[in-house]
Design a protein around this ligand. Structure first.
Ligand SMILES: *Cc1c(COP(=O)(O)O)cnc(C)c1O
Length: 499
């Protein structure tokens, strides 16, 4: 199978090259030429398999230039090597009939980014061999908090790679920051930037397409790649857990094989929900995809009106990993909905870059609203949802998951649709302990106690165990305390690769 760029479909590469490059040279994103099919017979076969075997089966449909043996090695290393704290890396928890929570945070950094970033370095090292790459691959990452740590954890000490991460210095939780600045490994670098996630992401994207910078990197025997969800190698492992969740629902009797489900995803860069869309297009029976945003509700508006407009105030919320106004992966959806129209996509993306907005045609708008429903939830209702979910089910969720649970309630109220649902849980509540405790009525403690006391308190209040990796942050050496200006990203990268 070939991969083509959303901004120039004449550009066509194999999956190994798409994963190695991350982003196409003219700024477009790689997508599979066509989306492979998954029949109900195929799905039936997967019901009795382990997560790793389900993964190998789905990955093989997309990464056709990898051998099954190679994909199995990748999947076993990622999901089978004791890196995940639960039996299945992506367990489905039933809250009540029709409401299922897909817990994607049992990996080493306690957020769903591990699902892809534990396997991406394995894909990449194999892709380098396949493409005869002898240079060092430098992974450039812009993070709203969770990607950075997950990428660092995945790439730390991986031969032939270096990784540098930029995070908004005032835009992440204390735990998230601690996780990143204490990262171990001899090939890693972390820097804060004085700006928000969009500044970090735009800065990183600009380096990719900067010819002078790329020439300098080559002189230092380096090439760039990306671990952001613009990299196809990030998206494809995410398709797996939607297929897997459906199989688990069949196995538990929540649905019969072939029955439709709804999927609700707390969304930022549109990567996670896009993977759900691809799962649906492959053949997983899905009725509706529900896109949940926090107060940065640019996607809610887009799905409701067909107009994308990032010209609005950026809000800092208690669900910081969704504080995003430029959702990169929407480009892939638009490419697909427009029937692979690279000219149209290029025009929209140019308008977005130059004017900050674009509007899709009526037929695309129609397709959008048939497939998707969108809603948003502010900090007040996010906290209320954490409180209510805890009281009703004795189940504690983080701030991002709460946005999805709240929006899904809105969806049910507005539509009356009672299709069984999977609501995606993207982070452990311990990662956002201060906001979660404050929602649970422990305001004064949340504002006075240190991070580690808060972990203990949340464990008492929720009855959940503190994840080992967070406990171990106590006393870890702070290695990276630097912060740079928005226009200093390239200088920071150059200094790092010369080391
Ligand atoms: C990254 C992240 C999101 C948003 O995911 P996208 O793929 O960017 O839409 C939601 N919740 C958490 C906890 C995250 O880390």
């Amino acid at each position: 199978m070939q991969y083509i760029s959303t901004r120039n479909k004449e550009l066509s590469v194999k999956s190994a090259a798409a994963i190695k490059k991350g982003l196409s040279e003219e700024g477009g994103l790689f997508v599979p030429e066509e989306i492979p099919a998954l029949s109900l017979v195929d799905l039936k076969k997967l019901v009795n398999l382990s997560y790793t075997e389900r993964a190998v089966y789905i990955l093989k449909k997309y990464l056709t230039d990898f051998l099954v043996k190679e994909l199995r090695e990748c999947a076993e290393n990622a999901y089978g090597g004791g890196k995940f704290s639960s039996d299945s890396p992506a367990p489905l928890v039933n809250l009540e009939k029709g409401t299922n929570i897909l817990e994607l945070w049992h990996g080493p950094t306690c957020a769903f980014k591990d699902m892809a970033l534990q396997i991406l370095p394995h894909f990449l090292t194999k892709a380098m061999k396949k493409t005869g790459e002898d240079k060092t691959v430098v992974i450039l990452v812009a993070t709203s908090g969770d990607t950075g740590k997950a990428a660092l954890e995945g790439f730390s000490n991986v031969d032939g790679t270096k990784i540098i991460v930029f995070y908004p210095s005032e835009g992440v939780s204390d735990i998230q920051k601690l996780q990143m600045i204490t990262q171990e490994g001899n090939n890693v670098c972390v820097s804060g930037i004085k700006g928000n996630f969009d500044d970090a992401q735009s800065g990183v994207k600009a380096i990719f397409t900067d010819e002078v910078a790329n020439a300098e990197f080559l002189k230092n025997n380096c090439v760039m790649s990306s671990a952001n969800s613009i990299n196809w190698g990030r998206l494809v492992p995410q398709i797996v857990y939607y297929v897997s969740a459906y199989c688990d629902m069949v196995a538990s009797g929540e649905v019969e094989m072939g029955d439709k489900i709804n999927i609700c995803v707390p969304t930022g860069n549109f990567g996670n929900i896009l993977a759900a869309y691809y799962a649906m297009k492959m053949g997983v029976p899905v009725n509706r995809l529900v896109c949940a945003s926090n107060s940065n509700n640019v996607l809610t508006e887009f799905i409701k009106t067909g107009e994308y407009n990032k010209n609005r105030d950026f809000r800092t919320t208690i669900s910081p990993s969704m504080d995003i106004l430029i959702s990169s992966n929407l480009e892939r959806l638009l490419f697909d909905l427009s029937g692979n129209d690279d000219k149209k996509v290029s025009k929209w993306m140019k308008d977005l870059a130059e004017k900050g907005n674009y509007k899709v045609s009526a037929d695309i708008k129609k397709k959008l609203s048939k497939l998707f429903w969108a809603g948003c939830c502010d900090d007040y209702f996010t906290k209320e949802c954490i409180y209510k979910t805890n009281k009703t089910y004795g189940y504690t969720i983080d701030t991002h998951t709460a946005v999805a649970v709240d929006v899904y309630e809105q969806y049910k109220t507005e539509t009356g649709d009672m299709t069984p649902a999977v609501i995606v849980s993207t982070a452990s509540p311990f990662k956002f302990n201060q906001s979660v405790l404050s929602a649970l009525g422990k305001d004064s403690e949340a504002n006075s106690m240190d991070e580690f006391a808060l972990l203990d308190l949340l464990s008492n209040v929720s009855g959940m165990e503190i994840p080992e990796s967070l406990k171990n942050l106590k006393g870890a050496e702070k290695r990276f305390e630097g912060v740079c200006e928005k226009n200093e990203l390239l200088a920071t990268v150059s200094e790092f690769i010369r080391k």
